[in-house]
Design a protein around this ligand. Sequence first.
Ligand SMILES: [Zn+2]
Length: 320
Amino acid sequence: MAAKGAHITQNEEIKPSLFEVLAADALDTTFYPAIRRVVDFLAAAKPTVFGRCVQFYDELYLLFNGLVQGYYLQRYGGSLAEVFYGLTRQSMGRSEGTFTVRERNLSFVMLVVLPYVLRKLENLITRWRDDLENGKPVSAERKALVRVMPFVKAVYESVKLVHYVSYLAGASTVHSPLLRLLRLSLTYHAEEEESWSLSEVFQGKVRIATMLSTALLRWLELSAFFLQFIEWWQTEANIGDLSKLPIPDAPELDINAAKYAGICPVCLQKPIIPTAISVSGYVYCYRCIVVHLQKESKCPVTKYPATINDLIRVYTDDDS
Ligand SMILES: [Zn+2]
């Protein structure tokens, strides 16, 4: 440890390049929109199954991000994106490789909770701004927040830029204001990766848990790369299949649909002046359905509430 301690003072070799730390930051911000795109795609294809995922996407992502970042912070001392680029977090100004439990918890808040809260706040502010623009009443505090937000963002972006420049110039050991707040910096991952050969697996020398965790790590890293690729594909080419939402499956047939195919469900004859009720889609003779609706305000087959205003004339090949 003493030998290592000599390197605590600024050592160019243990400080990652600006491009590496920026790449890790960029990868971190890729996950949210990329997974969102996959969820949107699924929801468009199967609205009944995945529709809710879109509605609660922020919460779903919070859960996913929490599990993943929690695992990486616990095991490797960095976010998924940082570990992907071979980086890890360490306390500033203390002995090399230190990463306390408190710092880990704060990192978790910064990586998982903070982005969620900011996203929710941003949504709220966007809504208030829309209300303001549409002339709806907005309270004074909300109005003030809507006005102040762009300046807060601009100031934060400038602070970030100053950090990048001073990091690049070697004047600072940390490239991000948030990391500085937590008194953390990024360094290269020192630990040797766990590796094992196939023969060791067959001899039972490798524990199942080790194998599973390595497999999970590889899978996450591969998907990280894949998601970044999707993001690039979307912005560069904008022609991917994912950008064209698929046509959802047609609604399923009502149980009575086959029974009344081609006939009026009231008189059971071929409909005369075929007329559909828009709430159910069933087709009747114009006379049959008008008489029925005058007595009962619902579709004779499905019993959905309906009035004469819900009738639609259907034009078929037989029209003369
Ligand atoms: Zn009829």
